[in-house]
Design a protein around this ligand. Structure first.
Ligand code: ZN
Length: 249
């Protein structure tokens, strides 16, 4: 692709979705800190071996609210940048699908940790919309199995004890190396390998901008660190990128 406009990579973490009402699981008020047992629901070994854990996990998915959440101004600002003609790739640690719901083309969103909006069969690999599986729970199945092979179903979110999708990760790494500007937004940059992408971007010469309420391990190598709320900071920062094509460094 030849373009005079910079490739912009935007890594997003939980902080971008809190304005949409989705809790930050790792933050000070995170679900896992309030209920350590909840971590079992997203740990592969427990999930696969304990039907009771799966029954609880389906109830959490049913009541969770993630699927009903709406994108906020920060998600829309990223879509606006993409629609303005600037090449944009989103690399997200979130599983809420809100970038796509805000209008980002799915092929430009790399979901490092999978998606809560899709299920996968742990036996045959069949995939489908989470809504379809939840409709079966709603209708009375407490642990719906695969309709093709009968195996355990889970969301495509990466559980503890599972590896990230190597294809998605490889693409994230190549985008990170190729971009001219790398935003890290609403991520504590403490969970690897996602966090390491910020350092990789800087090493490869990208301008690194960290937008996060709390300090991150990569603030020292960042060109700019922004502490103000994402909902106001990101639209401003991205409109600056859009208005100065090819001259963001
Ligand atoms: Zn199956």
């Amino acid at each position: 692709m030849t373009t005079s406009k910079p490739l912009v990579a935007i890594l997003t973490g939980a902080g971008i979705s809190t304005d949409s009402g989705i809790p930050d699981y790792r933050g000070p008020n995170g679900v896992w800190r309030k209920d350590p047992d909840a971590e079992k629901l997203v740990t592969y070994e427990y999930y696969m071996n304990d039907p009771e854990i799966r029954r609880r996990a389906w109830q959490v998915r049913r009541r969770g609210g993630t699927l009903a959440a709406e994108p906020n101004g920060a998600h829309r600002a990223i879509t606006d940048l993409e629609r303005s003609g600037v090449p944009v790739r989103v690399i997200t640690q979130n599983v809420d699908g809100l970038h796509q719901r805000a209008g980002m083309p799915a092929r430009k969103v790399l979901e490092l940790h999978g998606s809560a909006r899709e299920f996968v069969c742990t036996g045959c690999g069949e995939r489908g919309p989470m809504d379809a599986a939840l409709a079966r729970v709603e209708a009375g199945e407490d642990d719906p199995g695969c309709l093709i092979c009968g195996s355990v179903l889970k969301s495509t979110t990466v559980m503890f004890g599972e590896n990230l999708d190597p294809v998605v990760l490889a693409e994230a790494v190549s985008v990170t190396k190729a971009c001219q500007v790398f935003f890290a937004v609403g991520s504590t940059l403490q969970v690897h390998p996602a966090a390491g992408l910020a350092g990789l971007a800087a090493e490869h010469g990208a301008r690194l901008v960290v937008v996060n309420a709390e300090p991150t391990p990569y603030d020292d190598v960042a060109d700019e660190v922004v502490r103000e709320p994402i909902g106001t900071a990101l639209p401003r920062l991205l409109s600056a990128v859009r208005d100065v094509p090819g001259a963001t460094a």
